[in-house]
Design a protein around this ligand. Structure first.
Ligand code: NAD
Length: 365
């Protein structure tokens, strides 16, 4: 075949090593200790869907359904594997009785011309065929209305309009609790009043987080590439703003990444002038060893898969017809979960993400 495939930051020249692209992905899946990988093609509706189920040890696996125009199928599969693995850690670290999974829909070029209902109904049938081992939910590119369509074909779906809808407000509550824990631990402050917090991203989570923090007297600086979203926060909450790239240089107390993954890279970590990083974005570390770099620089990092689980906690509780009061307490409990991780990391002189991974792995057996 001879093409070059980058999987998990390694480049494999299949021509030389006799490893094909599929080999690389299978080795990546084995490395992450999967699990199951399912693919569905449906010509009639235009659906190409991948479901990756990482681990079922703690219960049926819940994870969002991402709709994205992936350039290649291997990128889509790699993303599904990476995200499903993270969902296992997210659930385990937050005491949920669920495994981790993710669905990835490869958005076709002619998506707008497709029959939207037929597309999501077909995906619902695919989910249903896994007999409840996988429970789907909202993720980037999909919304509660899409979940309602899926629900015509399968009961294994959360975040429908009847089941909570958009999980971002609850994610933001969890992130706010995480910031409060970090501020308590690192700055010895019992509240965020007067604390300067730099939020990257004024989207669903960023806006909701800013609102809660503003109500509690925090000083906020925000940025977004979407100037309308940013202006909304200025008008409603009176936040200060900065250019997207300037957020890494701010002299603030907390940097809260709520936009993109992989923002904690070598360059950005060296620019940071904050004692705390705590935000909602998934996969914030561009490589897991950058957790050590943050630790060495004395920056307290709230591991992403612990702090951003509020939406997942609500989605699982609604799906399980659980006690919503308890779910609220669990989201508030992100505060204690993180304090425990911060204390253990300090005592054992390890990075916080390493400690969080250890805790999750232990629960996953
Ligand atoms: P969103 O799409 O609503 O908001 C993201 C915002 O980031 C957008 O306004 C976008 O314009 C902005 N942005 C993009 N590039 C930027 C840049 N370079 N600099 C500044 N801003 C930029 O997404 P969301 O639902 O608010 O999620 C935010 C992050 O949190 C994502 O990484 C997501 O994966 C993660 N997350 C979200 C949830 C949830 O419940 N929504 C749960 C867990 C994790």
């Amino acid at each position: 075949m001879g093409e070059t495939v980058a999987v998990n930051n390694r480049t494999t020249h299949s021509h030389h090593s006799h490893h094909t692209l599929v080999d690389s992905l299978f080795r990546y899946a084995e490395f992450l200790k999967f699990g199951e990988l399912h693919v569905k093609f449906d010509e009639a509706t235009g659906l190409t869907a991948i479901i990756a189920i990482h681990n079922l040890k703690l219960g049926p696996a819940l994870g969002g359904c991402r709709l994205y125009a992936y350039k290649t199928a291997d990128k889509a599969i790699e993303d599904a594997l990476r995200l499903a693995h993270m969902m296992s850690f997210k659930a385990a670290a937050n005491h949920l009785k669920h495994g981790g999974a993710k669905a990835v829909l490869i958005k076709p070029k002619n998506f707008k011309e497709l029959d939207h209902d037929a597309y999501f109904e077909k995906f619902g049938e695919f989910v249903d065929s896994l007999n409840g081992r996988y429970i789907t939910a909202v993720d980037s590119g999909t919304n509660p209305q899409d979940m309602d369509i899926i629900a015509r074909r399968t009961p294994y779906v959360s975040c429908t309009t009847a089941l909570g809808g958009d999980p971002s407000p609850q994610t933001a509550v969890g992130v706010r609790r995480g910031i409060e824990a970090a501020v308590q631990f690192k700055l010895g402050k019992a509240s965020v009043e007067g604390v300067h917090i730099a939020i990257q991203g004024a989207g669903h989570v960023g806006y909701s987080l800013a609102k809660q923090l503003a109500e509690r007297g925090a000083r906020l600086t925000m940025c977004d590439v979407n100037t309308d979203a940013l202006q909304h926060c200025v008008d409603e909450l009176g936040v200060a703003i900065c250019l997207p790239d300037a957020i890494y240089d701010l002299n603030a107390d907390v940097f809260a990444p709520c936009a993109l993954g992989a923002v904690l890279n070598y360059d950005h970590i060296h620019r940071l002038r904050v004692p705390i990083v705590a935000g909602s974005a998934n996969n914030q570390l561009s490589h897991r060893h950058y957790g050590d770099l943050l630790h060495e620089r004395g920056i307290l990092y709230a591991p992403d898969f612990v702090i951003n689980a509020g939406g997942l906690i609500q989605a699982t509780a609604l799906y399980d017809h659980g006690d919503m009061k308890k779910s609220e307490q669990q989201i508030n409990g992100i505060y204690d979960t993180l304090l425990e991780i911060f204390e253990r990391a300090a005592k054992e002189n390890h990075s916080t993400n390493e400690i969080a991974e250890k805790i999750a792995l232990q629960r996953l057996g």
